[in-house]
Design a protein around this ligand. Structure first.
Ligand SMILES: Nc1ncnc2c1ncn2[C@@H]1O[C@H](COP(=O)(O)OP(=O)(O)OP(=O)(O)O)[C@@H](O)[C@H]1O
Length: 536
C-alpha cells in the first residue's frame, strides 16, 4: 500500500579519492500523457477480453533528488515507475513518452536506471552493504568506475539514507524505512491518476486548502492515504471542498481529486514546463542506441557465482542435510546388504534389492533441487529486468554452485560407503564405473528437477510435476542397473562370456541415455529461464 521511491541522482565521474564523489545532481525525468492499458480475460475460461486503464493520461516531472510516489494498493504506482523505467510491456503503452534530460528514451532505460520497490527483493543472507555493493559492482561500468569509486558510492548511499547503524546487518526493513522518510518530491496517485505532485512539504497545505484537516497527532503519510482512499472528507467548507465532496457533478468514473489537481496551479505549472520541453524536442535525437550490460560476461559470472556461494555458506542447512542423508542412507543400505554372497540365486536377489534402494536414493534424494529457481524467481526477474546480468550467467552460477556441493560431493560419499560394505568387486575400474553411473543418475534427476523448477512458479506445482518422471526414471534405471550388475557378477565368475559383451553395450547405452537426459534438461532449463517474462 505504501510507496515507491525513486532516487534521481547521477554518479560523478570524478575519480579523485579525496573528492566527494557522486554529488552532482541527476537527470530530470519527465513523462508526458502516459496511458497504459492492459487486457484481461473476463472469466477464467472466458474467451472474452476486457480492457482496463492502469494509467490514465499521467504527466509529471521527477526532478533530481528523492522522489516518492504514494497511493493505495492498485493505484498504479508500480506501473508508473515500470513504464518510466521501461520494465512494462511496451504493447500496453497506448500513448505518451518518457524523456530523460529532454531526450526521448526507449525501454533500454531499464539497463541503466534503478528504483526502490516496496517489496523486499534482496538476497536475505547478504547484509545491506553487500546488497548495495553487488548492485554497484554489476551496474557501474568497470571502465568508468574503479573499485574505490564503487565503494564510495555504496558508502554515500548508506550515509544519505541514514543506514550507517544497520549497514552490516541483514535488516532490510530498515533499508526501506530509511529511504521512505528522505524524499523531497511527492506524487500521490489514485486509480491510475495523479492527485498531487509537488514539493513534499507543501502537500499538507495543498490538501488543507481543499478543506481537509491533518490532525497534529496524525502521521502525514497516513493522512495522505486517508485522503486518497476517501476515508476522510473535507471538514472546512469552501468552493474547492464542495468539488471534492460533490462527486455528482463529476463525469462518471472521474476522480474529483484528480480533476481538481489537473486544474491546480501545481499541474498548470508542470504542464507549461512539459509543453516547453515538447516544443523544444528534436525528434531526431533519441536515446535509442542499444544500451549494453555495464560489465562483461566473465565478471558477471564471478560476482553472481560468488554471491551464490556466499549464500550457500551462510545458509548451509540444505548442504548439511543432503550430506547427512546420504551418509545415513549409505550406511543403512550397507548394513542391510552387508557382504552379499556371490552365489546364485542369493546374489541376484540381494543385488536386486540393494540397487533398487541405491537408485531410489539417487533419484528422490534430489527432490530438493526443485526449489532452486522457484525460491529466487522474484529476485531473478527483478535483477534480470534491471540489467544486472545475463540469463546465462545466472543459470551457470546457480547450476554449478548447486551441483558441486549439493549433488556431486554427496554422491561420491554415498556411493563409496555401501559399495565396500556390500562387498562388491574390489576393483578400481568397477568402482569407478559404479561411481560414474551413480553420478549420472543423480545429475539426470537433478537436471529434471531444474527444468521443472525453472518452468513453474510454485512449489506445489513443481512437486506434482516431478513425481511422475521420477517414478518412471527410478523404475527403469533400477531395472537397467540390476541387470548390468547381475551380468557383471556372472562375468566375474567366468560364466557366459557373451553376456558380458551384451552388458557393456547396455552399459554404454545407459550412460548415453543419462547424458542425453541431463543435457536436454539443462538446455531446456536455460530456455525456460530465458522465457520468463521480464515485462511486469
Ligand atoms: N501486467 C498486469 N496485468 C494485469 N493487471 C495489472 C498488470 N499490471 C498492473 N495491473 C493492475 O493495475 C493496477 C495497478 O497496479 P500497480 O501494481 O501499479 O499498483 P500499485 O499502486 O503499485 O499497488 P501496490 O501498492 O499494491 O503494489 C492493479 O489493479 C493491478 O492489478
Amino acid at each position: 500500500m505504501l510507496d515507491e521511491v525513486l532516487v534521481n541522482e547521477q554518479p560523478s565521474t570524478d575519480t579523485e579519492e579525496t573528492a566527494p564523489c557522486f554529488q552532482t545532481p541527476g537527470p530530470t525525468v519527465t513523462f508526458h500523457s502516459l496511458r497504459y492499458r492492459i487486457k484481461e480475460r473476463l472469466g477464467m475460461f472466458s474467451r472474452q477480453w476486457v480492457e482496463k486503464d492502469i494509467l490514465r493520461d499521467v504527466s509529471g516531472i521527477l526532478s533530481p533528488g528523492m522522489n516518492a510516489i504514494m497511493g493505495p494498493t492498485g493505484s498504479g504506482k508500480t506501473s508508473l515507475l515500470d513504464v518510466i523505467a521501461g520494465r512494462k510491456d511496451p504493447k500496453g503503452l497506448k500513448s505518451g513518452q518518457v524523456l530523460v534530460d529532454n531526450t526521448i528514451v526507449t525501454s533500454d532505460l531499464r539497463l541503466c536506471s534503478a528504483y526502490v520497490v516496496q517489496n523486499d527483493i534482496l538476497m536475505g543472507t547478504l547484509t545491506v552493504r553487500e546488497n548495495l555493493a553487488f548492485s554497484a559492482n554489476l551496474r557501474l561500468s568497470r571502465k568508468e568506475y574503479s573499485s574505490a569509486d564503487k565503494q564510495m558510492r555504496v558508502d554515500s548511499v548508506i550515509q544519505e539514507l541514514g543506514l550507517k547503524d544497520c549497514a552490516d546487518t541483514k535488516d532490510h526493513v530498515t533499508l526501506k524505512t530509511g529511504i521512505i522518510y528522505q524524499f523531497d518530491h511527492l506524487t500521490l496517485m489514485n486509480k491510475g491518476e495523479i492527485i498531487y505532485a509537488g514539493a513534499a512539504n507543501k502537500a499538507i497545505t495543498y490538501f488543507e486548502e481543499l478543506g481537509y484537516k491533518c490532525e497534529p497527532f496524525n502521521n502525514p503519510a497516513d493522512f495522505f492515504l486517508d485522503v486518497t482512499n476517501g476515508t476522510v472528507l473535507p471538514q472546512i467548507h469552501n468552493n474547492k471542498s464542495e468539488m471534492c465532496s460533490n462527486s455528482d457533478e463529476m463525469v462518471e468514473n472521474e476522480n474529483p481529486l484528480a480533476v481538481i489537481y489537473r486544474k491546480s496551479p501545481h499541474f498548470l505549472n508542470v504542464k507549461d514546463r512539459l509543453t516547453q520541453i515538447s516544443d523544444g524536442l528534436d525528434p531526431e535525437v533519441t536515446k535509442d542506441d542499444r544500451v549494453g550490460y555495464a560489465t562483461p560476461f566473465y565478471y558477471q559470472l564471478m560476482l553472481v557465482s560468488g554471491r551464490t556461494v556466499r549464500h550457500i555458506l551462510r545458509n548451509p542447512q540444505t548442504s548439511y542435510a543432503q550430506l547427512f542423508l546420504n551418509i545415513f542412507f549409505g550406511i543403512l543400505v550397507g548394513l542391510i546388504y552387508y557382504q552379499i554372497p556371490h552365489t546364485l540365486p542369493e546374489a541376484l536377489q540381494n543385488r536386486t534389492g540393494a540397487f533398487f534402494f541405491l537408485v531410489i536414493n539417487m533419484v528422490f534424494g534430489n527432490l530438493s533441487a526443485v526449489e532452486l529457481f522457484i525460491s529466487e524467481r522474484v529476485l531473478f526477474i527483478h535483477e534480470n529486468s534491471s540489467g544486472f546480468y545475463r540469463t546465462s550467467v545466472y543459470f551457470l552460477s546457480k547450476v554449478f554452485a548447486d551441483l558441486i556441493p549439493n549433488r556431486i560431493l554427496p554422491v561420491f560419499i554415498f556411493s563409496a560407503i555401501p559399495y565396500f560394505m556390500m562387498g562388491l568387486k574390489p576393483d578400481v575400474e568397477a568402482f569407478f564405473l559404479y561411481c560414474v553411473t551413480m553420478s549420472m543418475i543423480s545429475l539426470s534427476a537433478v537436471s529434471l528437477a531444474f527444468l521443472i523448477s525453472a518452468s513453474v512458479g510454485s512449489f506445489a506445482m513443481a512437486n506434482i510435476l516431478i513425481a511422475l518422471p521420477y517414478v518412471v526414471m527410478m523404475v527403469s534405471l533400477a531395472e537397467q542397473k540390476i541387470y548390468r550388475h547381475v551380468d557383471c557378477l556372472l562375468c566375474s565368475k567366468k560364466f557366459f562370456k557373451n553376456t558380458c559383451i551384451f552388458s557393456l553395450v547396455r552399459f554404454t547405452f545407459n550412460q548415453v541415455a543419462l547424458t542425453g537426459i541431463m543435457c536436454v534438461c539443462l538446455l531446456l532449463t536455460y530456455v525456460q529461464l530465458r522465457r520468463i517474462s521480464r515485462w511486469k
